[in-house]
Design a protein around this ligand. Structure first.
Ligand code: CA
Length: 305
């Protein structure tokens, strides 16, 4: 951290992600993320008071969530965007080819989607990666919690258990794949992503783009997005879709048939909002080579059974 300007970015994990001025640790946007709900040291970790639920901020949030469950989908999306307003306020601007989720067009794409089963459980677990190399860890925490996979102990929430970016590596099998210290320096590869997920027991299938096709990716991802109990993580190169800049990992939450776009729930919430991306462009971004593994990026399917 002595010189954030030369730290690796979260590139889908990759070490080839040398940071660029304006996108490295130490930017205003990054510092603000430390106070975001769900991030380490953020407000979310300060509102849990066992035995004092009634009347606490946490309870009010819980009651608010129950209310939201009763609202229409459009109202819910609107509420989510309002709630996330402070999150997206400092994010980078998007290229024209991407449709921000927090826009009328972005909202309508979800409303009209026929493949959005995964949106609901993922939105309930949506978190911000705790550092610029932890995109993969944050993404895994989201899907493991969404799948209700038995989690490691989490002292701050005891006796409750939940996956967090802090306790994810409290599992010897996970640490045998890669240590959190190494992840913080260089991120993870697609294969390591699959191995880390499998270390907690779920069924995992890793697809390198070079071993499949755009049509097969679309078919498998859309099929998954229509089903409960399984999820899709993608590993792609940001600059291919016009973003800053390196490799990245995040979940996809929905597919809009008419526009042929997928919704990426980008875990770099300090940097970009969720976006709708054309399948062709996403495919090209996954079909890039990871310089560490020497293989193409791709996607991973995860299910509990
Ligand atoms: Ca699914």
């Amino acid at each position: 951290m002595k010189n954030p300007a030369i730290k690796p970015l979260a590139k889908g994990g990759r070490a080839s992600q040398i940071s660029y001025p304006g996108s490295c640790l130490g930017t205003k946007a990054t510092r603000l993320c430390l106070g975001f709900p769900g991030s380490k040291g953020g407000r979310a970790s300060q509102i849990s008071y066992p035995g004092k639920s009634l009347g606490t901020k946490a309870t009010r949030l819980c009651l608010g969530w129950r209310l939201v469950q009763n609202l229409s989908i459009k109202t819910f999306i609107f509420a989510l965007c309002i709630a996330g307003e402070s999150v997206v306020a400092q994010t980078l601007s998007l290229p024209q080819n991407l449709i921000p989720f927090n826009s009328p067009e972005g909202e309508n794409l979800l409303i009209e989607s026929q493949s959005r089963q995964d949106y609901w459980p993922l939105s309930m677990q949506f978190i911000t990666q705790r550092n610029q190399a932890f995109c993969g860890v944050a993404s895994m925490v989201m899907v493991l919690n969404a799948l209700s996979v038995p989690a490691p102990e989490s002292p701050e929430f005891a006796p409750y258990r939940v996956f967090t970016q802090e306790n994810f590596f409290n599992n010897e099998r996970a640490r045998q794949v890669i240590t959190p210290e190494t992840v913080s320096r260089q991120g993870i590869t697609l294969e390591q992503l699959g191995q880390l997920l499998a270390s907690y027991g779920p069924k995992v299938k890793v697809y390198h783009a070079s071993d499949t096709s755009l049509a097969e990716f679309r078919r498998l991802a859309v099929e998954n997005l229509k089903q409960p109990g399984n999820f899709v993580l993608i590993n792609y190169l940001r600059r291919t879709i016009g973003q800053e800049r390196g490799g990245h990992i995040s979940p996809i939450a929905a597919y809009n048939e008419e526009s042929d776009r997928f919704l990426i729930l980008d875990v770099s919430r300090y940097k970009y909002p969720p976006v709708w991306v054309k399948t062709e462009e996403l495919w090209q971004a996954m079909a890039t080579q990871d310089s560490v593994s020497g293989k193409t990026r791709g996607f991973v399917l995860i299910s509990k059974e």
